[in-house]
Design a protein around this ligand. Sequence first.
Ligand SMILES: NC(=O)c1ccc[n+]([C@@H]2O[C@H](COP(=O)([O-])OP(=O)(O)OC[C@H]3O[C@@H](n4cnc5c(N)ncnc54)[C@H](O)[C@@H]3O)[C@@H](O)[C@H]2O)c1
Ligand SMILES: O=C(O)C(=O)C[C@]1(C(=O)O)C=C[C@@H](O)C=C1
Length: 301
Amino acid sequence: MSIERVAIIGLGLLGGSIGLAIAKHAPGIVTTGYDADPATREAARKRKLAGTVFDNAAEAVGNADLVILCVPVGAMGFAAEAIRDALPEGAIISDVGSSKQSVSDTLRAALPDQCVIPAHPVAGTEQSGPEAGFPELFEHRWCILTPPAGAPEDAVEKLGAFWTNLGSNVELMDAEHHDLVLAVTSHIPHLIAYTIVGTASDLEDVTRSEVIKYSAGGFRDFTRIAASDPTMWRDVFLSNKDAVLEMLGRFTEDLTALQRAIRRGDGDALHDLFTKTRAIRRSIIEQGQDDARPDFGRSDH
Ligand SMILES: NC(=O)c1ccc[n+]([C@@H]2O[C@H](COP(=O)([O-])OP(=O)(O)OC[C@H]3O[C@@H](n4cnc5c(N)ncnc54)[C@H](O)[C@@H]3O)[C@@H](O)[C@H]2O)c1
Ligand SMILES: O=C(O)C(=O)C[C@]1(C(=O)O)C=C[C@@H](O)C=C1
């Protein structure tokens, strides 16, 4: 039997988008929701992010066959503890956290008798909170499931079918590998954006107003990413520490090589690298994963 009752814990960008996507793509599924923040619960009721928004987590999950934790990675353990004693037998517990190994360990330790299948929809924006969600967020985006060894196949299939229903392309991956891949494709790009925007705003001989006034093109793109939620990203870097530090080491070596090429006037080295990176951008566009996709929910469009 497919999923019929979904409880969403955390009604910000991801949780709200899941509720709205279910209403759009699978209106037969009954949704319940809970958020720790009373103001968010109120906003969620107004926006109908879930069919019923409860004032406590236990009530929200009491009847669910799928519970999705949509809270910052560092809050997953607290969210799991709050629902532990209220979970119906046989319910699948999943999440949307941006890092997977530590979340998987935390959820399985907190809910040892439950079927835990972590997941990561690789879809988001720099916005957060209950006003930020939109139903198309997951369409044509990857959702990576990281089932632990021995996870029941029918539960993995059900969860995969749920995400396919919301418009996602589903892929299975080992949690550790997920964390390494996402460190390069998502976490370090965010770290670089936070750094460059921070560096520019700290420069003593460039005024803040000049940074804002002349933030054309490249810098402006970085400022969008650097506007992402501080709590979420603090937790991502702390939870994916090993993979991020390993990839950061490689990145630093490559940056040093570029620094040397510039110092030595080695134009060929610069040209070769820029040719290679241009080809990567072009293959992303050819695969239809480019920015031409409508930028639903983005504030600067
Ligand atoms: N923002 C993105 O682009 C993106 C993309 C993919 C995955 N994710 C992951 O999704 C998760 C949620 O991110 P978001 O962008 O929706 O954040 P958000 O800040 O918009 O929403 C998180 C919500 O969780 C609530 N919350 C915090 N602790 C709670 C608890 N113990 N119980 C119940 N509610 C609690 C907060 O009040 C908030 O409303 C994170 O783990 C993040 O890593 C985010
Ligand atoms: O598009 C953006 O603004 C995002 O940052 C989304 C993004 C990403 O890096 O691609 C951010 C974090 C996630 O866990 C998944 C998606």
